[in-house]
Design a protein around this ligand. Structure first.
Ligand code: HSE
Length: 309
């Protein structure tokens, strides 16, 4: 095989109470990476579509190729040559795991081209390097689900301990992206480093409740547990109409609603597709009321993660 195309899906990180430790993948949108062997050594980016010329074309600076270079180095492969095309199908700085999707599609495509020397789990640290380049932090709550699929829990970063948990079949996500941009680096910078004992106790209760609710298909428990007392109160000030949008989602049948990743996208979880769509329209309307256009994606949880096309 001389050329490979890989797709990696958008993701919702944090899932309300699980800052840096929870994330899940959705069906679409997602980024596509094409990689083609060439005779001359070196990894080069030949084309990027959908980024309005904003992403670096230098292979050592772009998340999609940085992960490939790390993988080649790890495998001790020198003099390998390939051309890379990246199709970005989601906005930058959207809170939809845009950089993670590119990094994951890149590392999965390269691994496939090399005959799959590493497993999906083994590819994780490489994909995390791409996240580090793009956002300044090697968090795994976007790359994890984009690579592995499903609802991912990161129990520990050092050593890396990451796994998926069972979720109810009828759980649907609504992702609403208002047409504004938030840089993950900035959205991390504004967070406080200290957390009170009171908030830690509340957050731990919700983390445990959300995992139990998902594993037991207890939709009410899922909804009650989608509460973030640590990050959301700080970051929500960056999102116009945050409170109204959240209220509208829940009033229209969603189990819960919060910021997707570092925002500005907001997500809701619902029982069934119909509720997810109704909640999404209400969320969109709240943004429209103040003149902000917002796109909407309704999706089941994507259990497969990245795929070879
Ligand atoms: N957990 C990360 C954050 C996800 O919230 O900063 C960024 O998409």
């Amino acid at each position: 095989m001389n050329s490979i195309r890989a797709f990696a899906p958008a993701t919702v990180a944090n899932v309300a109470c699980g800052f840096d430790i929870f994330g899940f993948a959705i069906e679409a949108p997602g980024d596509v990476v094409e990689i083609r062997k060439r005779d001359e050594p070196g990894v080069v980016i030949t084309e990027i579509t959908g980024d309005e010329g904003r992403l670096p074309r230098n292979a050592e600076k772009n998340a999609v190729t940085v992960v490939m270079l790390h993988l080649l180095k790890h495998l001790g492969i020198k003099d390998f040559g390939c051309e890379v095309v990246l199709h970005k199908n989601m906005p930058l700085g959207s809170g939809m795991g845009s950089s993670a999707a590119s990094a994951v599609a890149g590392v999965v495509a390269m691994n496939e081209l090399l005959g799959n020397p590493l497993t999906r789990q083994e590819l994780l640290p490489f994909a995390m390097e791409g996240e580090k380049i793009a956002s300044g932090s090697a968090h795994a709550d976007n790359v994890g689900p984009s690579l592995l699929g499903g609802f991912v829990v990161i129990r520990s970063y050092n050593p890396l301990d990451i796994f998926t948990i069972p979720i109810p079949d009828d759980l649907y996500c609504t992702l609403v992206h208002p047409d504004i941009e938030i840089n993950t680096k900035d959205a991390r910078f504004i967070l406080r480093n200290e957390v009170s004992l009171k908030n830690t106790i509340a957050q731990m209760g919700n983390v445990a409740g959300l995992v139990a609710g998902l594993m037991k298909s207890d939709y009410e428990l899922i909804g009650r547990s989608m509460v973030d007392v640590i990050i959301e109160p700080v970051r929500s000030i960056l999102i116009p109409e945050f409170k109204e949008v959240k209220k509208a989602a829940i009033a229209n049948g969603a189990l819960g609603c919060s910021i997707s990743g570092s925002g500005p996208s907001m997500f809701a979880l619902s029982k069934g597709k119909a509720h997810a769509e109704i909640a999404g329209l209400a969320m969109q309307q709240k943004f429209a009321d103040v003149g902000i256009e917002a796109s909407m994606h309704v999706s089941a949880i994507n259990k497969n993660g990245a795929t070879i096309l």
